[in-house]
Write a protein that binds this ligand. Structure first.
Ligand SMILES: C[S@@+](CC[C@H](N)C(=O)[O-])C[C@H]1O[C@@H](n2cnc3c(N)ncnc32)[C@H](O)[C@@H]1O
Length: 322
């Protein structure tokens, strides 16, 4: 065996550099060619991409470009239509007709955006006497902790947690009826609950006890500022019915983005969206909150900045001024 290997090695090492640089000759019809180029079957085109892969890429590119063209044409058509509409600022009456299909309409997009968890994290903070305005069909209901218990707050201090009572308010009687039916199925034993079809901007604080004013400890609103004609005035009013020192207003809203290109799309389609769904999706939620004068305890944004979460409290008045 050693005798055979030694001359072979010598032969390899004596190959000239010119010979190494010369590519092997192809003889497509001969067996020798097949043994010299084992990948010849998959690289026939010379660019290394098999024909099947090329066909697949071509069809995929054609499908994507056709779909993009279709989306662009639909978008342009919708924008042109939207710009011709004369939509009033107050579109809240749309919910009376969409109440029955509301849950089915928003379910998929809310799942895709992970809104269930965001609702839960927000509503879990509700405690004491709670008011939820613009409650809609009651999509937050599963996340309330009903009944009070001793525990610790986010800072680790001893606190009373859970809800003593809950008042649900929505302008649309159809929405309220759906929320009420859901609540009674979910919590048949909890009786400290009230449902009202009324404007969030006119809701009354719980009645005074022995002359002392009584406030709500927590006010919750999710996806509501987009639907009301005067969101700043409504927030101010909510601040006035919230317990001044420790009360909290919890908001989860949608509106303008961090990005101009997203806002351009929202602006272009806003009239059509508002007319159909009763919601102005291009509002600057941060601006509304700042104008309301409420104090920001926490602010967070997701989804290119279009989903906004706020923890607010009534404006704190210096003790010496009060
Ligand atoms: C987009 S829906 C959101 C419903 C619910 N909060 C949720 O998160 O699924 C907006 C709701 O606000 C209600 N709404 C609009 N204007 C209102 C107002 N001025 N006072 C109370 N509710 C109002 C509508 O009837 C509708 O149910």
């Amino acid at each position: 065996m050693a005798r055979h290997t030694l001359p072979q090695r010598i032969k390899q090492s004596t190959t000239t550099p010119e010979a190494e640089a010369t590519p092997p000759r192809h003889h497509p019809s001969s067996q020798g060619a097949q043994s010299e180029t084992p990948n010849a079957g998959t690289a026939k085109q010379g660019h290394g991409i098999p024909p099947r892969a090329l066909t697949f890429l071509g069809i995929t590119a054609l499908t994507i470009s056709t779909y993009c063209g279709y989306l662009y044409a639909s978008y342009t058509r919708e924008v042109n239509k939207a710009q011709t509409l004369d939509v009033p600022r107050d579109v809240s009456d749309r919910y009376n007709t969409t109440a029955a299909t509301f849950d089915a309409d928003v379910e998929l997009s809310e799942k895709a955006m992970g809104l269930g968890k965001k609702r839960r994290d927000l509503v879990h903070q509700a405690r004491g006497n709670v008011l939820e305005v613009s409650c809609g069909t009651g999509r937050n209901l599963p996340f309330y902790e009903l009944g009070e218990r001793r525990g610790t707050d986010v800072d680790g201090r001893a606190a009373v947690l859970g809800c003593r009572s809950v008042t649900f308010v929505d302008l649309s009687p159809q929405m309220v009826a759906i929320a009420k039916e859901k609540f009674e199925k979910l919590y048949p034993a909890f009786k400290a609950v009230l449902f009202q079809a009324c404007d969030a901007g006119a809701v009354a604080a719980p009645s005074a006890v022995k002359g002392e004013p009584v406030y709500f400890d927590t006010v919750v609103q999710t996806m509501g500022l987009c639907s009301m004609p005067d969101p700043v005035a409504t927030l101010r009013h909510l601040g006035s019915v919230t317990e001044p020192e420790n009360g909290r207003i919890l908001l989860l809203e949608h509106g303008r983005s961090y990005y101009d290109w997203v806002n351009r799309i929202l602006d272009n389609l806003a009239p059509a969206h508002a007319d159909r769904h009763g919601c102005w999706w291009n509002r600057d939620i941060g601006e509304i909150v700042r104008e309301s004068g409420l104090e920001i305890v926490e602010e967070k944004r997701w989804h290119l900045g279009t989903t906004w979460r706020y923890v607010l409290r009534p404006k704190q008045v210096e003790k010496s001024q009060s």
